[in-house]
Design a protein around this ligand. Structure first.
Ligand code: DGL
Length: 285
């Protein structure tokens, strides 16, 4: 008993410090979520990341909701084993298909965040009574998750959505800032489904890489909303609110993929703008 009362305060301090230095888990269908990871690293340089790209099951955008949910739960097992304090679903398709389920599954072991809510909040604040566009994968657009969340704001916002399934594979193949990507982007954005929009949500974590080409298409007429910065700030706000922000960088970030190829490793540099050492971690043995 005496021993407990002496050790206990120290133990509490140690537990607290350990808690703050737990990593932030970030996952995506592949390497697109590295655009968000990069924004988090820039905004919160003292936080260690554990990134998981489910390259074996890429793309999520064409998969069923049930399949994306099964992959997401499996990835969360790994991130929980890595003792992550936050799990950020850095993929719109998985945020649309699996956020609620993952939150239930993870429970109190980590705080689960998605990449949709921060954008919806911004749209509600900045574009009430206006017409806003959304582009994303088939899963994201057909789930209607953005529409439901924006309608729930009761801000009189009209959302016009278009699935743009060619964009993510095009970017993965390195086709951006060239005439091929320009022509694909122009074909999609000139679709009547997006007529009359005043802002456009980039509803896929791959799209920050073509943000400039999209902005060039609109020539300043439409504001292009890239979620990565917003999401990074949201993660920072949640860490502060929960009192679990790290005061010093506790170690190296780790990057895992479920299927390793040298071309994925080469592409990571496009998304993270820095060399990344990918480790192979198969989800199912
Ligand atoms: N990065 C994913 C997203 O944000 C799209 C890529 C995919 O289809 O897997 O939706």
């Amino acid at each position: 008993m005496i021993c407990f009362s002496i050790i206990s305060p120290w133990f509490k301090v140690m537990v607290k410090a350990e808690n703050l230095e737990r990593p932030i888990g970030v996952f995506d269908s592949g390497i697109g979520g590295l655009t968000v990871a990069k924004a988090i690293k820039a905004h919160l340089p003292q936080e260690r990341l554990v990134y998981f790209g489910d390259t074996a099951h890429l793309p999520y955008g064409d998969k069923s909701t049930a399949a994306i949910q099964a992959y997401s739960v499996k990835i969360c097992d790994l991130l929980i084993r890595q003792n992550c304090k936050i799990i950020l679903i850095a993929c719109n398709s998985a945020s649309a298909a699996a956020y609620e389920l993952v939150r239930e599954y993870v429970g109190r072991k980590a705080h689960v965040l998605n990449v949709i809510d921060p954008v919806v909040q911004l749209v509600g604040e900045r574009f009430p009574q206006r017409t806003v566009g959304l582009i994303g994968t088939k899963q994201t657009v057909n789930s209607n998750v953005y529409k439901k969340k924006i309608d729930d704001l009761n801000a009189g916002i009209c959302l016009k959505s278009l699935a743009t399934p060619l964009l993510a594979p095009m970017i993965e193949e390195g086709f951006f800032n060239n005439t091929i990507s320009e022509s694909v982007i122009q074909t999609y954005l000139s679709d009547p489904a997006l007529d009359g929009i005043e802002a456009l949500i980039l509803g896929c974590t791959h799209y920050p890489l073509i943000k400039e080409q999209i902005a060039a298409y609109y020539k300043g007429r439409v504001e292009v909303l890239d979620a990565s910065e917003l999401v990074a700030r949201h993660v920072g706000a949640v860490l502060t609110q929960l009192g679990i922000a790290s005061a010093r960088l506790p170690g190296e970030s780790h990057f895992y993929v479920s299927d390793y190829t040298a071309s994925f490793e080469a592409s990571t540099q496009l998304f993270f703008q820095k060399k990344v050492n990918l480790k192979h971690y198969p989800l199912w043995e």
